[in-house]
Design a protein around this ligand. Sequence first.
Ligand SMILES: Cc1ncc(COP(=O)(O)O)c(C=O)c1O
Length: 430
Amino acid sequence: MALNLVSTKDSQALWQKKERYVPRAVSPLAPFIISEGRGAIVRDLEGREYIDLTGGWGCLNVGYSHPRVVRAIQEQAAKFTHTDCSVIMYDVYIELAERLSQLAPGPSPKKAIFFNSGAEAVENAVKIARSYTKRKAVVVFDGAFHGRTFLALSMTHKAKPYKEHFAPFASDIYRMPFPNPYRHWMDFKHWERQLLTLVNPDEIACVVFEPIQGEGGFIVPQEGFLKFLREFTHKHGIVLVADEIQTGIGRTGKFYAYEHFGIEPDLITLAKSLAAGMPLSAVVGVQRVMDAPGEGAVGGTYVGNPVACAAALAVLDIVEEERLLERAVALGDYMRSRFLQMQKKYALIGDVRGLGAMIAIELVKDRQTKEPASEETLAVIQECLAQGVLIAKAGLYGNVIRMLIPLVIQDAELKRGLDAIESAIAKVSR
Ligand SMILES: Cc1ncc(COP(=O)(O)O)c(C=O)c1O
């Protein structure tokens, strides 16, 4: 990787400027400023190298600056960067809609529409579901994260740092327990009875779920729950929305994570790795539901930007040609086996879980009580940073370490990353 350090870009001076001109809400995990990134490796302005196991918060399944993505962006930018698709339509939008629809298994024909961010995709999925059902209520889950705009934020669970002082929130949102096999066993019939005490099913427009909760702590739902949810929503004419913003684009070893569970949702939201970090999100869904809103009813000035669509088409080519679904499974097997070995040695690791490369460990102070080890998790993250490895936490109690690695990571890089995590856990355990 060629280093191109500009001497005037002194890190310290830049950090001082950041403190002066950027509000404190923008508080990065990494204590450095990036000069460039390739694959899973980033370099700071001084040329120091770090392994990024956060993948830019799960946006970089194809890694930093994949040459194919860079080329697609350059070529599209040279043609045109914007038209507003409600003024002039373009080829990359249509091709991407076709490919994402065809990649979504299930008997019903699909369509796709594009937006800018994950939150926007979630909000539009709710609008489409309301338009289709002519109902208001939205059901979400404990531990859910759906974004930070007001409807999406109302659907998100965690108060701190996301919701504190931002009320009032949207109405007609009902939060239900998510079955977390590590912490409790759920009786699905009881879940149904509980929901029916809150809201009449004839008033529910949609149930929005993450096939594996991301921010909530990489929780793979109890076996059978998503099938139960599909049957329940079918029975009552409710639109089922899979939020695949974190699980999608191959992270779990399938292109869409819902494929693991033998169900077909009505709507699917995608963002993050869809366009390798370029601002692009999508709602993919069953044609009759997708066609409910009338002409011009959903949209936005920048939605489905052509440069971002071109990047997304390159991402889909890379996933296919570099066999990233198989790679996700292999990486996941390796991470799981390393974490299970660590779990035998360190009582701090209460649970190892996930699907494909979407793997996490939950840290607890005591394996019996399962008391969350939140401070210890922070200490592990800090220790990894000191060793040049970036890792991300998750979970309502911030006691889960989640792997959002680029799927193009080299074996040796992942080994170095896991060695750093192990030595950090050993140190914190002492
Ligand atoms: C499952 C899920 N939904 C929605 C979002 C919100 O996406 P964005 O931050 O692009 O608005 C996220 C972001 O982390 C997410 O993980």
